[in-house]
Design a protein around this ligand. Structure first.
Ligand SMILES: [Zn+2]
Length: 300
């Protein structure tokens, strides 16, 4: 397992495409081979070193089959270099910088980065717990789509765990359609445990929700002074979006909220990110472009 954020160590470990394929093989077939077609557990050598041929049905399976790496067009060494940059830099990297540094077209870097961000998306049962502050904000000026004004503001749901000693625990961010009570309820249920104690501001949607969700407490104190940890997160997310990514279209805002959340919730485990994201990508189904589109938050 490769751990760390040291570029020299990374370059020593991964010199060729073969090194990268061998690493992927150690993730996929670490325990035992299992044929994805017939379930048979025995295999021969396949037609290339990173293939295994099933003894039962003769299916010759590549290490990248049924993983996010399926159909990735660039050499594996470049994909690994991109992943290392995405995971080792504290704030990540824009796709323009990634493309230039690794030597691929920006379009290729863009698509690969979207796949990585999709793999960063939080698991469904990974919810915030304990004392949780919840708020909503508008985020604006990022839309570059035809027919949508650049002034378009997008609604964002934000939740922050406040630990007993006052420090911030994990966070959750989600692009939502509006601040209507139903939208916020959906976001709360998706990101916050049903046992958590939730604190919100006095927005009328929460007043409506508090009648239904008994674990919501409304704070009537003035905005800005209350829920400090939460407002700090909102500001930091906006700064990160502007500073690192310059602009992002509202259509892909979900990808950026996933990335920010993933990074923040693992801020003390940066050395493990490279391996963690590789394991995630090896255990998820391929993400063709059209699939990435359906991940849009309105559908999650
Ligand atoms: Zn088989």
């Amino acid at each position: 397992m490769f751990k760390g954020i040291n570029a020299i160590e990374f370059s020593k470990r991964f010199k060729t495409n073969e090194d990268c394929y061998r690493y992927l093989m150690s993730i996929k077939w670490n325990k035992d081979f299992e044929c994805s077609r017939c379930g048979c557990k025995e295999s021969h050598k396949g037609r290339l070193f990173y293939y295994r041929r099933c003894k039962g049905c003769s299916y010759d399976e590549s290490v990248t089959a049924n993983t996010v790496f399926h159909g990735v067009k660039m050499p594996m060494l470049k994909a690994f270099h991109m992943l290392f940059r995405i995971t080792s830099k504290k704030k990540g990297m824009s796709t323009i910088e990634l493309g230039t540094e690794v030597g691929v077209q920006q379009k290729t870097a863009w698509l690969f980065k979207r796949k990585v961000q999709a793999a960063m998306k939080k698991d469904k049962d990974d919810k915030l717990d304990g004392n949780v502050e919840v708020d909503e904000t508008l985020i604006g000026g990022y839309s570059t789509f035809k027919g949508r004004s650049t002034e378009t503001k997008e609604a964002l749901f934000v939740a922050v765990e406040v630990l007993p000693d006052g420090r911030t625990g994990n966070i959750a961010l989600q692009h939502i359609e509006s601040f209507k009570a139903d939208e916020l309820k959906y976001a709360i249920k998706g990101h916050v445990s049903a046992d958590a104690l939730i604190k919100t501001d006095a927005h009328r949607s929460y007043q409506k929700l508090a009648k239904e969700l008994k674990n919501i407490t409304i704070s009537y104190s003035e905005k800005g002074t209350a829920m400090e940890a939460l407002h700090k997160q909102i500001m930091q997310f906006k700064n990160w979006l502007r500073g690192t990514h310059h602009h992002c279209s509202s259509e892909y805002l979900f990808a950026y909220t996933s990335e920010y959340e993933y990074r923040f919730n693992r801020r003390n485990k940066r050395k493990n990110l490279f391996n963690d994201i590789l394991v995630r990508m090896m255990h998820q189904i391929p993400h063709p472009y059209n699939y990435l589109k359906t991940l849009c938050v309105y559908n999650t």
